[in-house]
Design a protein around this ligand. Sequence first.
Ligand code: AMP
Ligand code: MG
Length: 425
Amino acid sequence: MNKALRLSTPSCSDDHDPAALPADIARQRILDKITPLGVEDTERLPLRQALDRVLSEDIMATINVPAHNNSAMDGYALNAHDLPVSGIRELRVVGASFAGHPFQGVCGDGECIQIMTGAVIPEGTDTVIPQEQVEPVGSTHLRIDGRTRAGDNVRAAGEDIRLGQTVLARGRRVTAADLGLLAALGIPQVSVMRRLRVAFFSTGDELRSVGEALRPGEIYDSNRYTLYAMLTHQHCEFTDLGVVRDDPSALRTALQSAAHGYDVIISSGGVSVGEADHVRQVLGVLGDIAFWKVAMKPGRPLTFGHLGKTVFFGLPGNPVAVMVSFCQFVQPALQRLAGETPAPPLSLRAVSASALKKRAGRTEYQRGILSQAEDGSLSVCKTGEQGSGVLTSMSRANCFIVLPSEQTRVEPGTEVTVQPFAGWL
Ligand code: AMP
Ligand code: MG
């Protein structure tokens, strides 16, 4: 049977479509079809190179951090039973413990040891009196009062990380703090997933690349730039395959050559109805591909499936729809493919300062500017015209205003849900 015959014919103009797939269900269907990279896709890397990579092993602590009980202050270490219950007490200073140069002896009754921040707590002591709270008596003695409590100013061995503890779990993307943790454990190398290999291209006879002159009716291709940027922030390896003309054989050639050697192929444009929309026809024959109308705006038409082992996303052509679809579908899929444990995006409630137009029956991802008043309250205003092709609405924004399917028009002063851009948009 010709697979292309099974295709439905969505149109972007019939906005309300009860058959359209809710965005959450579309995302789940995609995730269900993605198999994470396996053990053959891991590599061991020196620590610094592991930044932003996904761990393919649990990291266990082979030492305590800190390794010894140590002082949190510059001062004097003593045994708590020498703390005066009332009044003043005089102690003899019998030695010093510096960071990296521990005191070698044992501290006895009525004695104390000068100690610096980070220095090992000497044997026979369990409490540190800060320097400012003692009164020196000559060069060998000092006076203390009862302000300090037993155990004060001592950092316990293993209070940060306990020997044997799982510090970082497989599936974790290594952050700056994680890199420091691994170094604190003395771990020189870690096992991580390889980077994903992604290829992307645009489709459209009207598209010109930056550096070329525009002829009448032509526009510059911006989707390859937003995709380049978003994939860079997802730490992928990628190849820009340029613009593919609205011609089935050009498209077939592009897809067939890209289907080998990449984990993911992303195209934009050509997935809605229209004379020139060939992606659907070509793909229907080449692979196991679904064509969905998703109940969302922007980003209604979506194509997803596999060309052999390669995951394929056919995103809409409109520039804002590309970015929204990437956030909603591609980014979670890349995370899963890379073996990363997903973290749902941060959602906050904010008062809308703008009136928002909205139809029932689809989730809308409007673009907003979230701001915080001096009293801490959050408000959001929309970034002007919200058309799927209005890329300035994205560029000015710092969040999505997520309006649920059943929602209709939003009056100013109403609370809405916002998802702040997580630093990579
Ligand atoms: P299509 O889905 O191919 O019908 O494209 C929908 C709209 O997005 C049309 O106005 C296209 O000109 C525009 N478009 C498609 N691809 C790009 C691109 N790579 N850069 C900028 N605009 C595009
Ligand atoms: Mg097109």
